[in-house]
Design a protein around this ligand. Structure first.
Ligand SMILES: Nc1ncnc2c1ncn2[C@@H]1O[C@H](COP(=O)(O)OP(=O)(O)O)[C@@H](O)[C@H]1O
Ligand SMILES: [Mg+2]
Length: 307
C-alpha cells in the first residue's frame, strides 16, 4: 500500500477541518481528491506530507507513519503545495540544483537535466523563476517535487490559476507523470478528475462523501440510464415497452421518447433492431449519463455518505 489513512481528524480551534477520513491508495494509482473550497483537501495533504500533525487518527506513506517516521516519509513523498512557493530570484536550473543539494542526490546535474527535460523546461532553464508564467512555474514546482524520485507524488490544486492553454498542457504533463508513479492531486474542477484519474475521493466539510472508480461513481448515482430516441414516424408506446430491457417509456410526442433501463443492460442494440424490424427510421438515439460534475453536486449537497 502506498498510502493508508485511518480515521484522520484535524481540529483547528473549534473547527473540524478533517473529520474522520479513511482511504488507501495502491501503488501506481492516480487519485483525484475533489472537493469545494474549505473541504479539507489541503489540510489532509499537509498531514500526509508531514507539514502539520493530525489531531487524531493515523497516516502512513510506503509503510512509514507520518507521526513516528517523518524523515522516511519525506524521502518517499514529493509535494507541490497549493501556492507553489518558489525562490523567484533564482534561475530555474540553479533552483533545481539547490533542491537536489537539499536532498543530497548523488548525481545532481544528471537528475536536474532529466527533470528539466521531463517537465518541458529546456528553453526556460536559464531564466529567472520570477520571469516565468504561472504555467511554467508549475512545471518548476513539478520538477522540484519529483527530483528525489519519490514513490508518491502529492499535488495540491496544481492547475488552479492557469490560463486555458497552460491548463491543458499541465494536465497532460500530470497524466504523463501519473502513468509511472502513485499520484494524489486535489482539485475543485470535476472535468479534471474525469480527464486524469483512475479513482476519485470526494470530500466535503471534512468528510469523505465518495470513494469510487470514476465509472462506478457515475453508475452508483445515476440510477436508471435514460436513452432518448426519435423515429421518423409515430410509434405506439406499447410497442416500445416490449423491447427487451426497457423498463419505462416516457413519450415526448408521438415520435420521440425517453426509455429507461438499468445501467447493467445496454438497450441500444435492441432499439436499433426494433427500428429495423418495424421498418422505422431511427433519427436519433443517445444515452444520457451523469457527468462527474452532476454527481459531485448531488453528493456534496445531499449529505450522502460513502458506503
Ligand atoms: N491554519 C488554519 N487555522 C484555522 N483554520 C484553518 C486553517 N487551515 C485551514 N483551516 C480551515 O479548515 C477548513 C479546511 O481547509 P483546507 O484544508 O484548506 O480546505 P481545501 O484545501 O479543501 O480548500 C477550512 O474551513 C479552513 O478555513
Ligand atoms: Mg486547498
Amino acid at each position: 500500500m502506498s498510502v493508508q489513512v485511518d480515521n484522520l481528524t484535524k481540529i483547528y480551534g473549534s473547527q473540524k477541518a478533517v473529520d474522520g477520513i479513511s482511504f488507501k491508495v495502491e501503488p501506481g494509482q492516480v487519485l483525484g481528491f475533489l472537493g469545494p473550497n474549505g473541504a479539507g483537501k489541503t489540510t489532509t495533504m499537509k498531514i500526509l506530507t508531514g507539514y502539520i500533525p493530525a489531531t487524531s487518527g493515523s497516516a502512513t506513506v510506503a509503510g512509514f507513519s507520518v507521526d513516528t517516521h517523518p524523515e522516511e516519509v519525506r524521502r518517499r513523498i514529493g509535494y507541490l503545495p497549493e501556492h507553489n512557493p518558489l525562490y523567484k530570484d533564482m534561475y530555474v536550473r540553479e533552483y533545481l540544483l539547490f533542491v537536489a543539494g537539499l536532498h543530497k542526490l548523488p548525481q545532481p546535474q544528471k537528475r536536474v537535466a532529466e527533470m528539466i527535460e521531463l517537465t518541458g523546461l529546456t528553453r526556460e532553464q536559464h531564466k529567472h523563476i520570477g520571469a516565468l508564467s504561472k504555467g511554467y512555474r508549475q512545471r518548476v514546482g513539478l520538477a522540484q517535487a519529483m527530483l528525489h524520485d519519490p514513490e508518491v507524488l502529492i499535488l495540491d490544486e496544481p492547475t488552479t490559476g492557469l490560463d486555458p492553454n497552460q491548463l491543458i498542457e499541465i494536465r497532460q504533463l500530470i497524466k504523463h507523470i501519473g502513468a509511472a508513479i502513485t499520484l494524489i492531486f486535489s482539485t475543485h474542477i470535476m472535468q479534471e478528475v474525469q480527464a486524469i484519474c483512475d479513482r476519485v475521493l470526494i470530500i466535503n466539510n471534512g468528510k469523505l462523501v465518495a470513494d469510487d472508480p470514476i465509472g462506478r461513481l457515475q453508475e452508483r448515482l445515476a440510477g436508471d440510464v435514460i436513452v432518448t430516441v426519435a423515429f421518423a414516424q409515430a410509434v405506439p408506446v406499447a410497442q416500445l415497452q416490449r423491447i427487451t430491457g426497457v423498463k419505462q417509456v416516457k413519450a415526448l410526442g408521438d415520435r420521440k421518447f425517453q426509455l429507461s433501463a438499468s445501467p447493467a443492460t445496454d438497450i441500444r442494440p435492441a432499439v436499433f433492431s426494433f427500428a429495423v424490424n418495424n421498418q422505422q427510421v431511427l433519427l436519433e438515439m443517445h444515452q444520457e449519463t451523469f457527468s462527474v460534475e452532476e454527481v459531485f453536486q448531488r453528493l456534496t449537497q445531499s449529505g450522502v455518505t460513502a458506503p
